[in-house]
Design a protein around this ligand. Structure first.
Ligand code: ATP
Ligand code: MG
Length: 263
């Protein structure tokens, strides 16, 4: 897969598939992870595989709300860790918040593998350049102090039953704002019911998650998380957010895809 030329129109998509199939073989993902990715890919095709202006506004709104929160947390599942783990650690370092591995099909093996993958990613990010305007000498320490939660499993998301309810008491349970890329609808609903700010990334503007969240970024997770890292250092401001409009914008772009067909 290393030989895909840069000019290949499906390059980003093929690389994402390679990353996910390799991670699946290493036991980092649930069996349904590749199916969930495929559903996302279909919507991304309709979006033209780029971040829309409307999604960019949602990214800036999310950045502002995460910075304003008293206890923000970034919740990570398998697909997000594999596709955007670096950006997630970077964002957490800029915000000064923890990340929490929180997976739908929870097994001790997958939790351990995802946490250790994130520990390696954290080492890598600590050696990367800091955001513009940040002190080079302090960046590694800031990154290395990002907490990777999830193993503690000593908290509960009220309103959910069984293993789905397990979380970290220092992370999601205590948070007032949660960034949850690719979240399931039930969990999103439970987090909203608990009064938390729920900020999601989901390519499907019609999913329950997308419709229930306070701010929905309808964009591919690695693109959105990369832009989030930039937005976080641009002094973003919280606005009166109309999330329904963001979802309608995304659907309008998808409807316009018919313009690509020769008449
Ligand atoms: P919901 O439970 O919210 O109603 P669902 O059951 O249809 O949604 P899930 O399998 O719970 O879907 O979650 C997967 C979601 O993640 C899908 O909506 C899919 O579009 C989205 N998704 C998959 N891959 C990506 C990606 N790389 N970037 C952004 N979103 C993605
Ligand atoms: Mg679901």
């Amino acid at each position: 897969m290393g030989e895909i030329p840069d000019s290949h129109p499906r390059k980003a998509s093929l690389l994402a598939r390679t990353k996910l199939t390799e991670a699946a073989a290493e036991g980092l993902l649930a069996e349904s992870a590749l199916i969930a990715h495929g559903r996302g890919e279909a919507f991304d095709y309709l979006l033209g595989e780029k971040t829309s202006e409307s999604a960019s506004l949602a990214i800036h709104e999310t950045a502002a709300r995460l910075l304003k929160a008293e206890r923000a947390v970034i919740s990570l599942n398998g697909n997000t860790t594999v596709l955007a783990g670096e950006q997630a650690i970077r964002a957490a370092a800029i915000i000064g918040c923890p990340v929490e591995v929180n997976i739908y099909y929870r097994t001790p093996e997958r939790m351990e593998k995802l946490i250790s993958a994130l520990e390696n990613i954290r080492l890598k990010v600590a050696n990367q350049d800091p955001p513009v305007g940040w002190d080079d000498s302090q960046w590694p320490e800031i990154v290395n102090s990002v907490d990777i939660l999830g193993a503690d499993a000593d908290g509960l998301i009220e309103g959910l039953e069984g293993p789905r309810a397990i979380c970290s008491s220092r992370g999601i349970e205590a948070a007032d704002a949660v960034l949850v890329p690719l979240e399931d609808g039930d969990r999103c609903e439970a987090l909203v019911a608990l009064g938390k700010q729920v900020l999601v990334i989901d390519l499907n503007p019609l999913s329950r998650t997308a419709r229930m969240a306070h701010v929905t970024i309808v964009d591919e997770v690695s693109r959105a998380m990369t832009e989030l890292c930039s937005a976080l250092v641009e002094d973003p401001h919280v606005s009166q957010w109309d999330n329904g409009q963001a979802l309608r914008d995304a659907l309008a772009i998808m409807a316009q895809a018919s313009n690509q067909i020769p008449s």
